[in-house]
Structure formats: C-alpha cells, structure tokens
Design a protein around this ligand. Structure first.
Ligand SMILES: Nc1ncnc2c1ncn2[C@@H]1O[C@H](COP(=O)(O)OP(=O)(O)OP(=O)(O)O)[C@@H](O)[C@H]1O
Ligand SMILES: [Mg+2]
Length: 509
C-alpha cells in the first residue's frame, strides 16, 4: 500500500497529557498527512470518540490522572470502541509494561523517543489489520445472513466451513459436518454430476447454474442450483467454494405450470373434437333436411303414377293369363316386382323425411328386441349365422315402438349382410347410467375402414348397389334415434366385425 496516499484517509486520536510531546508528535504526524486529534485525558478522549471514531488511537501509558493501560482495558471491555486499534506510547523499555499493555488489549507499542518512520509503519500495520478485520466481518455477516448455502471445501471435497443456510440444507450442525466429504450428500447421477463439476473447478474454471439434488441427513431430497469456483494462493488452488440455492419452490412452480399447460392442451383438444363432431352432425342434419324435403316432394309425385302403372299391370296380368303368353307374363312379373320395390323406396323416403315428433310411450325395450329378433332369426340361421341374445334387466324406455323396431331391423339386416359366409351375431342390452339404456349389436362380419365409417350415416351411401342396397337404412336409423332423443355410435375394424351402440332414454316415472 502507498503509505502517503493512505495517510490522507487515516485519522488518529492522540491521548497525551504532556503538552510538548503532544505538540511535537502532532506536528510530525500532520507532516505525514494524517488527520490528528489530540486530547489530554481519558474523559476528553471518550467525548471525542463519541463524535468521531478514529482509525487508530495512540495512547501514552503515563497519563496525568490515569493510566493508559487501564483506559485501554476499558475500551476493550466496552462494546462501542472495542475494535479500534490502540498503539501504546511508552518511554520505558520495560518488558513487564509491554506485556501488561498487550494483556490490556493493545495492538502495538512504541518506545519514546520514536522515529517517525517507525511510528508511521506501526500505524499503517494497525490500519491494515483493522480494515482486514472489518472486511472479514462484513464477509462473515454476509455469509451468515445469505439465503443461499455456502460451502468451503478443501481440494479433497471435505467441508472446512459452511454458513447457517448450508447447515439447514444438509440438516446438521457444522461441527458434525466439518471434515466430511460433500460427495456423500448426492446420489447416483447427481453424485457423478457433482464429482464432474468439482473436478472442473479444480482445473481453475468456474461452474454456473448446475442442477443437482441433495439428499440430506433426514433423507429429504432437495433440488439445488450450484455455482462453484476455486480460491487460489500463489497460483495453486487451496479451496473450492460452492454456493447452492434451494430451488424447491421454483421446481414446484415449474411443475404446476407444466400441469396447467397439459391440462389446457387436453381441454383444447377435447373442445376441438367436440367442435368437429358438432360440425359433422350439423352438416349431416342439414344434408338430411334438404334431402328429406326433396324426397318427400318426389315421393308424393311418384306415388300416383306408380299406382296407375300398378293398376294397369294388374289388369294386363289378368287379361294375359287368359292368352297364356308366358314371356309377356314373365315381364309383367318383373314390372310388378319393380313397382313393389319402388313403393318400398318411396315409403322409406317418406319415413325418412317425416320430421314431426312421433308418438312416444313407455315401452319394454327387451321385448321389442326379442320380437324383432324372432322375425329374422330363421333367416339368420339359414345363412350360417350363430346368434345370441344377452338382455339384462332394464327399466322401461320412452320411445316410439314402431320406429325402434325399424331401427333394429335395419341394424340386424346390415349385420346379416356383412356376414355373407356366416358368422356370429350378438345382441345385448344393459342399463348404461340411471337415465339411459344401451343396445349393442355386434357382428363378426367384414368390418369397415375409418373413412367408410364416416360416411355410413349419409343418405344413399351404400356398398351394396349390386344387391339392391339403397343406402337409406342407416340414415333412417340415425334420424329415428335422434327423434327418440337417443344416440348411435359405431366401432369397427376392417375384417374384424362391427358393433353398433344404440343409446335410448329411460322413461321417467
Ligand atoms: N354391420 C355392418 N358391417 C359392415 N358394413 C356395414 C354394416 N352396416 C352398414 N355397413 C355399411 O354401411 C353402408 C350403409 O348402410 P345402410 O344400411 O345405410 O345402407 P345399405 O345397407 O347399403 O342399404 P339399405 O338402404 O338397403 O339399408 C352399407 O352399404 C355398408 O357398406
Ligand atoms: Mg342397410
């Protein structure tokens, strides 16, 4: 340190009762740029100290009405000025006096008459010691109150000092931790990560923001963020310092944010699916509505000419049977059959376009299933289809009986048609929730691909054009079920069969 420069900032309190000595010493010191305050006795010294604390007190041992050594003792015992360095000025070279001076807490002494160089050297030493002590104190205070854990480790990774927060983090007092290696507080991957970073620090590099998990003495696992660096002396590393921040709260917060994000994503996905489904249904009901109106109009228009053709064919058949022209007879039969088929289509179309609410009543759904099933049973077994009915007890349902019979017939016919080489048909019913009953119609037939499933409820969609399929069966089923305040869904896999689920409302009593 440059003595001349530092002297300007150094203030001294000289306690000296001999006027000539005081004057002479002050002059010498002021020449060296020290700020000097001179007092003759203990009382005035205390007053001055209260006003402004000097960096060093120079105290004559022999004070007129007191003793410098006793005053020094008092200063050290009190808590206000205990840290100010005291240099005793003594005219005796007596070793006893010197020893009692040190015992009283003096930092140094100088024997009068002194050389100014010696005095300034001793003042500087005291000032430096004081400043070092102050800085260490500040550092210690900082460490004590820091909300991060600070670990001082030797180059073996053993703890040589730690602050209160570090004790809290590890769950033990420092006296039990000193000399123990910090490695043991990390497990598995984190232990490896710790060692890797410790070795990096030992090469003189700093590490920052390393994520580790401490397992403390109570077995608690605590996430921390670690910064570490080395302390060097004369070019070699003597200590490793690590600062660890407990990031439990940050981690919890991140998890919470993650949880909300996932939840939000799921909600958005569910909402999007819902919207898609609503849109699909909307398009379909609009399509159905438009086609329904058209169909009703056409059906009415066609009914009359068909009846007239039908009557004429009937007349011709009767006339021709007398002439017995077989060929013409065959053609007339074809015409008759085609008329019946057209009439069937028209009836279906009119059914389909019927939009007014049908009569609904409380009805035994299991009974309806059995009746409908019995109509087809013979037909099914003739086609090598094994059938089974599994109907659980269910409450009465609020439905239009005729419409539901039509629904079941259509679904059973489709199932049969999906198993041209035979198979298994299962029909089940059960209570779904307290307000709904579900009928399951399951076949082991050809099944469907996804893009086909999307179209089956569309009117006129058929894959049976060459077997008289019209493609109205399922669209009728759909509108009937809707009118009955039910729902229909389907599960199907190509070559693995199909199951239709019809959900209908229970009658309220
Ligand atoms: N159980 C099923 N297994 C496989 N495909 C089916 C099944 N039910 C319906 N389909 C498919 O859905 C299409 C539409 O069925 P829908 O009942 O509406 O008309 P369709 O049976 O072809 O003719 P129809 O108007 O005579 O009923 C069928 O052509 C068929 O491809
Ligand atoms: Mg059908």
């Amino acid at each position: 340190m440059d003595r001349d420069k530092s002297a300007k900032n150094v203030s001294l309190l000289l306690v000296e009762d001999t006027k000539e000595h005081a004057k002479y010493t002050r002059l010498l010191l002021e020449k060296q740029d020290y700020t000097v305050n001179v007092v003759p006795d203990e009382e005035t010294a205390i007053e001055t100290l209260k006003q402004r604390e000097p960096d060093v007190i120079l105290m004559d041992i022999m004070l007129g009405n007191g003793n410098g050594i006793d005053f020094c003792k008092k200063l050290r015992k009190g808590d206000k000025f205990a840290n100010i360095p005291v240099i005793l000025l003594t005219s005796s070279n007596d070793i006893k006096t010197k020893i009692s001076g040190f015992q009283a807490g003096a930092d140094d002494y100088i024997t009068k008459p002194f050389k100014i160089q010696e005095l300034t050297a001793r003042i500087e030493l005291s000032v430096q010691k004081k400043r070092l002590a102050e800085s260490e104190n500040r550092y210690r205070n900082f460490m004590q109150n820091l909300n991060d854990a600070v670990f001082m480790l030797n180059t073996q990774g053993e703890m040589i000092d730690l602050n209160p927060y570090a004790e809290k983090l590890l769950g033990a007092k420092k006296q039990f931790l000193y000399g123990n290696s910090l490695f043991q507080f990390f497990q598995k991957d984190f232990s490896r990560e710790f060692i890797k970073n410790f070795e990096t620090i030992l090469t003189g590099k700093e590490v920052r923001g390393v994520y580790l998990r401490i397992k403390n003495v109570t077995g608690k696992s605590i996430p921390v963020e670690m910064n570490g660096f080395s302390r060097q002396e004369n070019g070699s590393i003597i200590q490793v310092q690590m600062v660890m921040r407990d990031i439990t709260e940050r981690e919890l917060l991140q998890q919470e944010v993650q949880r909300y994000t996932t939840l939000l994503e799921k909600q958005v996905e569910a909402r999007t699916n819902e919207l898609n489904e609503t849109q699909r249904r909307l398009i379909m009901s609009e399509k159905m509505g438009a086609i329904g109106q058209l169909a009703a109009g056409i059906a009415h228009e066609l009914r009359n000419p068909l009846s007239i053709i039908g009557a004429s064919v009937y007349y011709l058949t009767r006339v021709l049977s007398k002439n017995e022209n077989r060929k013409i007879g065959d053609h007339l039969e074809i015409i008759q059959n085609e008329i019946s088929r057209s009439q069937k289509i028209i009836t279906n179309l009119l059914d389909f376009s019927r939009r007014s609410s049908p009569e609904r009543e409380s009805a035994d759904l299991n009974k309806i299933i059995r009746q409908t099933f019995s109509i087809l049973e013979r037909n099914l077994t003739n086609h090598d289809i094994e059938t089974s009915l599994n109907l659980e007890p269910i409450p009465l349902c609020f439905i239009n009986v005729d419409e539901i019979k039509q629904v079941l017939l259509n679904l059973l016919m489709n199932a049969k048609e999906a198993m041209p080489g035979g198979g298994v048909l299962k029909v089940k019913s059960h209570l779904h929730d307290r307000k709904h009953v579900v009928i399951e119609i399951q076949d082991s037939g050809v099944g469907m691909e996804k893009d086909k499933i999307e179209k089956i409820f569309d009117p006129f969609f058929t894959t049976k054009a060459n077997q008289d399929g019209v493609g109205l069966g399922l669209s009728l089923v759909h509108s009937s079920i809707k009118r009955n305040q039910g729902t229909i869904s389907v599960k199907s896999e190509k070559r693995d069969g199909t199951t239709f689920y019809v959900c209908l409302p229970v009658a309220t009593t």
